[in-house]
Design a protein around this ligand. Structure first.
Ligand code: FE
Ligand code: ZN
Length: 510
């Protein structure tokens, strides 16, 4: 380790802070590592609440502020032309009929696509064989074998063993994970039905004794590509639920005032001028008949009226800002994934807005070369229900589970309906720069292997239904992603009326 880097790390550790591997990575690539470390330590002294771990994102946040101050003065998103390309929109391609046969071809497509991804991106699975070849290879005394397969069943035995039923197009096999290697066992605990992965093991009798489990995963980026996007923002929000009694009208109005440059101190108004895109990850309206007795919680009981109202709010977004909308499970669309864009006959006023683009779920959109994967996130419910160690109040970490499996809805037969399209459009075949979802109504963001993950929370207060389910929302947040460096620049909180430093001039305006 170069001595500059060692001194930089020592400096950070000296104030009782831990340092994450991605932060070490960043320092290792910089000639001015020690200088950065000193700056970070200085900035941390100013904070009331000290973090425990210094991550790369936190480091960027801490030391970017001063550089950002000057930039903000000059950038005006209104003068920057739109550079938006829809890379994938399911609306154009879906045509499922839903027969039993089409489910077979759907799962074959899922398997083949994920196998291809693994073979392309992972050196450690290139020698994988098929299930039908296992016996032959084992007889030749090859020892361990690797197979890329789909998990069709999983159970736990009394002796803490985990039994996995595995399948590929050539056959099926039962695999056993015992507690000899706690790492492998904990990986097996997280395995969910219908996911595609690579299992390494040795054939004992008819059973594959598992020695390793390898998920498709996201490759660790070697260098962060800079790109050439201007320093404008994509603002990420989701789950407005217009039409619900609990829609947070005043918080959303504060957001509209801010985005029009009419709220907050100058420093925050200048942030608004940098917003070029607004991405809404579904649940624009509360819908009708979505859950039992929803009627009692509706202010507007007509879906068209709900969309008309939503359009009135969105019409207040300045027209130089492009608005991209995908549907959620509360919107008027096909409930099964992939979902087409919100039905036009229900949401005509939204379609009429000149700066709005309505697409399906999941969607890939490129903004100035920065790739966004946008999905509402309804499968996050199923991931939460089946994966140990994830929590609904840490939604970005739940989204990581989708990235690791390279699939937007890995579980079939849970709460998420999946339509058996000929091709599995839910496979995450392109690694996005930004992965944006909502649905859980809690807010969270993180950087996972170079992918910025954001779950936007909501604009709806806790409903009685949520109360009965024990769900506490974390609403009113707007995440600003800087397209020039693909990082979260700021998170604005519009839920609280006072107590937010950014709105020190708030009382004068409202
Ligand atoms: Fe929602
Ligand atoms: Zn939802």
């Amino acid at each position: 380790m170069a001595s500059e880097l060692r001194r930089a790390i020592a400096k950070i550790l000296s104030i009782g802070l831990q340092i994450s591997p991605d932060a070490v990575d960043v320092l290792a690539r910089r000639k001015d590592a020690l200088e950065i470390a000193c700056k970070v330590v200085e900035r941390l002294k100013e904070l009331d609440e000290k973090p425990i771990v210094l991550t790369a994102d936190l480091m960027f946040k801490l030391i970017q502020v001063e550089e950002a101050k000057q930039e903000e003065e000059e950038i005006d998103a209104e003068k920057i032309p739109v550079d938006e390309e829809v890379i994938f929109d399911p609306t154009q391609v879906i045509r499922s009929e839903g027969s039993a046969e089409s489910f077979v071809s759907y799962f074959v497509s899922r398997y083949n696509k994920l196998k291809r991804i693994m073979l392309r991106e992972r050196f450690d699975v290139r020698n994988a064989i098929t299930i039908s070849q296992i016996r032959k290879w084992s007889h030749r005394g090859k020892g361990t074998v690797k197979v890329i397969c789909m998990v069709t069943g999983k159970r736990k035995t009394a002796e803490r063993k985990i039994i996995l039923e595995l399948e590929d197009p050539t056959g099926s096999i039962v695999a056993v994970v015992n507690d000899r290697d706690p790492n492998v066992l904990s990986r097996a605990e997280k395995v969910i039905r219908d996911e595609v992965l690579c299992v390494e093991g040795q054939l004992v009798g008819d059973i594959l004794l598992v020695s390793d489990i390898i998920q498709p995963e996201v490759p660790i980026p070697s260098v962060r590509e800079k790109g050439s996007a201007p320093p404008v923002f994509a603002a990420l929000i989701s789950d407005l639920h217009v039409g619900s009694k609990y829609f947070m009208r005043s918080a959303f109005n504060r957001f509209l005032l801010w985005i029009n440059g009419k709220l907050g101190v100058e420093r925050y108004r200048s942030l608004a001028r940098r917003v070029k895109y607004l991405i809404i990850a579904g649940d624009v309206v509360d819908g009708i008949g979505i859950y039992p007795e929803q009627e009692k919680e509706l202010l507007v009981k007509d879906i068209k009226k709900q969309y008309r109202m939503a359009a009135e709010y969105l019409a207040q977004i300045p027209t130089h800002i492009r608005v991209i909308i995908i549907p959620g499970n509360h919107d008027a669309t096909r409930q099964a994934l992939p979902s087409p864009s919100i039905f036009r006959d229900c949401a005509e006023p939204i379609y009429r807005l000149p700066n709005v683009r309505v697409i399906g779920d999941p969607a890939y959109v490129k903004l100035h070369g920065v790739l966004f994967l946008i999905t509402h996130g309804r499968s996050l419910d199923d991931v939460l229900a089946t994966t140990p160690g994830v929590r609904y109040d840490k939604p970005a970490e739940v989204m990581v589970e989708l990235l690791k499996r390279r699939h937007v809805a890995p579980i079939y037969g849970g709460r998420t309906q999946i339509a058996p399209e000929k091709e599995d459009y839910l496979v995450i075949d392109k690694i996005p720069d930004v992965f944006h979802a909502g649905h859980l109504h809690t807010f969270g963001y993180m950087n996972y292997r170079g992918v910025v993950i954001v779950n936007s929370g909501a604009w709806q207060e806790q409903t009685d239904y949520m109360k009965s389910m024990g769900i506490k929302p974390d609403p009113g947040k707007v995440t600003l992603v800087d397209l020039s460096n693909k990082r979260v620049h700021a998170i604005l909180d519009f839920a609280k009326e006072k107590s937010v430093e950014m709105f020190s001039s708030l009382s004068a305006i409202i």
